[in-house]
Design a protein around this ligand. Sequence first.
Ligand code: GLC
Length: 435
Amino acid sequence: MTEIDTSALFAQAAGVLQDNDRGTYSVPTKGLYPFQWNWDSCLTALGYGFLDEDRAWTEIETLFRHQWDDGMVPHIVFHVEDDGYFPGPDVWGVAREIQTSGISNPPVAGFAIRRLYDRSSNPEAFRARAEALIPKISHWHRWFHACRDPEGTGLVAVIHPWETGRDNSVDWDAAFDRVPTEGVKPYTRRDTSHANPEHRPTQAQYDRYIWLVQHFRSLGWDNSRLHDASPFQIVDPGFNAILIRSCEDLADLADALGMAEIAAENRAMAERTRAALPSLWSEAHGQYLCLDRKLGTLIDSRSIGGLMTVFADIGAEHAGRIAERVEEIASQTKWIVPSHDPAAADFNSTRYWRGPIWLIINFMIADGLRRQGRIETSDRIVGSSLDLIAVSGLAEYYDPHTGEGCGGGHFSWTAAMVLEFLNIGDGVGNEALNH
Ligand code: GLC
């Protein structure tokens, strides 16, 4: 392991968070992602929480100012004009004053505001802001259940890979092949001019991303129709675990602030999802798998989506199995936790979500394992994450074999996670954080 200078690391992470700050929202990184991204923002807010609590709450408030009337919180808010990103607002065609995308993202906001509130040196000062956000976040949770689980199975689906945040995961391959490409209007990608094309999704995948956007747009972005009309409906266990955790965290916070009705509703939603989650468990793989809702079958792909589930309270037995799986992977790659099974034929150590390590995912797994008593494995993930930063800086994602930083650099949520890791890693960074 590389020797870690925690004060230097703290300063480096704080510098990135400041550079990517646009006043009331942050960008994931300059160039590649010039707008506000939903789950990036909520996780980045945790980082701001260590620097300036007021700024942290503003980040999430800004995002929720762009919540749709139906409750959906879009995955991108196009605050400014910038033709450095494709697909921009003209492709989404959403009729709003400040335009947004038309799909959502993993709902980490409930978890994030609870953590900000609990960790605050003066929670009372943020009480009114929490009280204003809680009903909005609850509306978003209700929206997921109504619009992404219309049959009430307890599990919500995603209808676009970008909705999961794991854009080109191997998990989607077979289902994505069924998405047509006819009628996709000619376009020029921008991502490949900011980052190595070898590290990015393929052209065939991009055509399908755009086909889905055009298809949903042709349906007027009417969320009462999109789920059933989508040829791509995937139930991702990691996504559902995030929803459970956020519903529960929001419920706890709502209870603490005397908002009993919202608390009860969120607890009931969490219970419904938790009760259905075991249907995604694969005994053969020792982890959860995605479900292709169109076919009604589990997807035989051992990805990080099935390990992220430990972010929610999934019970000691499954948490233990996931810890074992992480330990097994740790014997196969130098750094952990890769986004795909390193022993699989389709593993690719540099291509985005098909193998590389993402620190936000490491954080969620480490945090979940810790809550469920798996301290040793959690510490191993924290150590590996900090080591990656020391070796390769604050990249978008990392090659689990070489430690090389890939994709964009100077990344907000990576920086925020460093501050989180310094905080949870056996207090390794306490000195730096309290300075
Ligand atoms: C990529 C990632 C997604 C992230 C976005 C902005 O699309 O796959 O998870 O939210 O970039 O950083």
